[in-house]
Write a protein that binds this ligand. Structure first.
Ligand code: FSO
Ligand code: SF4
Length: 562
């Protein structure tokens, strides 16, 4: 295995024996194989699309499969074997269709990964489907020979740009999948994903070509977040400023985590009248802000902190836990029998609930288990405030503009992104605490858990931590910035009193960062460490064009950012 796609990669370099996230070498290799197969699908489907052959199933599969490789999403070798088999079938059927119609396949490299493995390992498989014994797959030497991993690209800068692009696409795929679940799709996203994936196989592309594609990925990042915003708000209403209860009640409960609001809706409906309460964890906290969910009396509030705290908090919760998307940490034996996965999430030995044909899910097993469980153990008390997505903030824009003009608000600091388990992320708590009282934090994503319980107060009723929602709601922060620029008559959003101190962890944050760059945001501070997959030369490009800087100390960064 060779994986360096997230911020917690071992020694800030790469995971080569097992993932710091808990991913096994076997699963990492399967993910590499799947990604390679997706590149093949992308290559052929581009040709198909050019010739007017469109298949929604291919678009859907591509997004779902890419999403499954995002950090902390799926740890199951059997799930990846299934994805690989399905991917090869799809690829071969697209290819067959093109050949039947006598469409020129172009100068293809050898993308028939199944064939390569067959010759390398001497294992047999039928022409269009293959299943290779797991023992063969985990043979990393064989995998190296099969040439599908990260290190297969020799040139450091080309490798860096190819991986940066693929990770951005994984983020894009996650958001596109969420939107699709709610019935919102955009063909141009699939079209771009295919072009970009296929480009990573093209040795004729230069560093400049790849930089162009990486930045273009940011454009589609904005588009996909806008699409998801539309999907979420049209389905569940605009998030509203809300006090979220942090305590517990005496009923048994179900904890729901991840980002999938449709799962949230279905769980709330299924638990109504059962005597079972529902609580959010991690990135599901913003579900508390949606009008469509607030109406349920048994939706109690949020339990615990960000994703990595689950090892303690799932234990004390006592009831079942539903993981709807990424942010799963390999479960401890003490609570593994209470964990359920759904959609792209997977962990061998954990119960999985699939959607039926019509998209509905039967959560009865979770409810039945909950009824037999003890109520959650209370961890904290009180409330936190959130729900400041674009509609809510813009509805009080006059008040905000007035506070800025009166000098009561001197700076907005966008502190969006991810949380993580490393001790050095204390930096974000200390940074938030050290901000002057006239500074307002705009946040989205799980990074907020580092400061959303600090009681930083408000400025004329405007809370000093304005939480827009999940990481995808970083889109809201962009809309707010654009509207503020308009209101102040500024042409360049960089002229606003807004600074960016972004925390990243996984690939959705990579996409959000690319989206910000596409919008022309400059001077972003990124931390807590820079991505291992960004080579020194690629970093130079980012510094020269966007003035991206790594975070340093609280004191130094405060001086620079204020
Ligand atoms: Fe955070 Fe990442 Fe979205 Fe997780 S961006 S780390 S908790 O995926 O969910 O905010
Ligand atoms: Fe390592 Fe992160 Fe890859 Fe997991 S996702 S194997 S922690 S780099």
């Amino acid at each position: 295995m060779y994986c360096y796609q997230c911020e917690e990669t071992i020694n800030g370099q790469s995971c080569t024996k097992a993932g710091a996230c808990g991913k096994t070498a076997n699963v990492a290799d399967l993910q590499d194989q799947l990604t390679y197969i997706l590149k093949g699908i992308a290559y052929y489907n581009q040709k198909a699309r050019e010739n007017g052959i469109k298949d929604k199933n291919v678009d859907s599969f591509l997004m779902k499969a890419l999403f499954s490789t995002v950090t902390n999403t799926n740890f199951s070798s059997s799930d990846f074997n299934k994805f690989i088999n399905e991917g090869i079938s799809l690829r071969e059927s697209i290819k067959k269709n093109l050949t039947t119609r006598k469409i020129n396949l172009g100068k293809t490299k050898d993308m028939s990964f199944g064939e390569k493995v067959k010759t390398t390992l001497g294992v047999s498989h039928p022409e269009t489907r293959f299943t290779i014994p797991e023992a063969a797959i985990i043979n990393t030497e064989a995998l190296k020979t099969a040439s599908v991993g990260v290190l297969n690209t020799q040139n450091e800068d080309i490798r860096s740009l190819r991986e940066l692009l693929v990770y951005g696409l994984k983020g894009l795929a996650a958001y596109a999948h969420h939107a699709e679940v709610l019935g919102y799709t955009d063909e141009t996203l699939s079209e771009f994903a295919e072009k970009a994936l296929a480009s990573t196989l093209d040795d004729s592309l230069s560093v400049d070509d790849l930089v162009g594609l990486v930045l273009e990925c940011g454009k589609y990042g904005v588009n996909v977040m806008a699409l998801l915003d539309k999907a979420n708000t049209s389905t569940y209403g605009n998030p509203e400023p809300t006090e979220v209860f942090l305590g517990t009640r005496d009923n048994p409960g179900i904890l729901i985590s991840g980002h999938d609001l449709k799962d949230m809706e279905q769980l709330l409906k299924r638990t109504e009248g059962t005597g079972v309460d529902v609580y959010t964890h991690g990135e599901m906290l913003p579900a508390n802000y949606y009008p469509a969910f607030k109406k349920y009396d048994h939706f109690v509030g949020n339990y615990g902190g960000s994703w990595w705290n689950q090892k303690n908090e799932f234990e004390t919760f006592n009831g079942p836990i539903l993981m709807t998307t990424n942010c799963l940490v390999p479960p401890k034996n003490s609570y593994i029998n209470r964990v359920y996965t759904t959609s792209v999430v997977g962990f061998d030995g954990v119960k999985h609930i699939d959607a039926k044909e019509d998209g509905t899910k039967d959560f009865s097993a979770i409810v039945e288990q909950a009824i037999a469980c003890q109520p959650p153990k209370q961890l904290e008390d009180g409330t936190i405030v959130g729900g400041f997505a674009h509609a809510a903030v813009l509805s009080v824009a006059d008040k905000v503009i007035e506070a800025v003009k009166a000098g009561k608000i001197t700076r907005f600091i966008v502190m969006a992104g991810c949380d993580g388990r490393h001790k050095e992320r204390d930096y974000y708590t200390k940074f938030a605490e050290a901000l002057p009282e006239s500074a307002v934090i705009l946040t989205a994503g799980c990074a907020k858990y580092r400061y959303n319980k600090l009681n930083l107060g408000d400025i004329d009723g405007i809370p000093r931590v304005l939480d827009a929602g999940q990481c995808n709601d970083s889109y809201s922060l962009v809309v707010i910035a654009q509207k503020l620029a308009e209101a102040f008559g500024l042409e360049d959003i960089n002229d606003l009193p807004v600074s960016y101190n972004i925390a990243w962890y996984e690939q959705k944050a990579v996409l959000v960062l690319l989206a910000l760059l596409h919008l022309g945001v400059k001077n972003i501070t990124l931390g807590p460490t820079l991505p291992a997959f960004v080579s020194p030369n690629v970093l130079n490009v980012l510094v020269e064009n966007f003035n991206i800087a790594p975070n340093t100390t609280v004191e130094e960064d405060l001086t620079r950012l204020l």
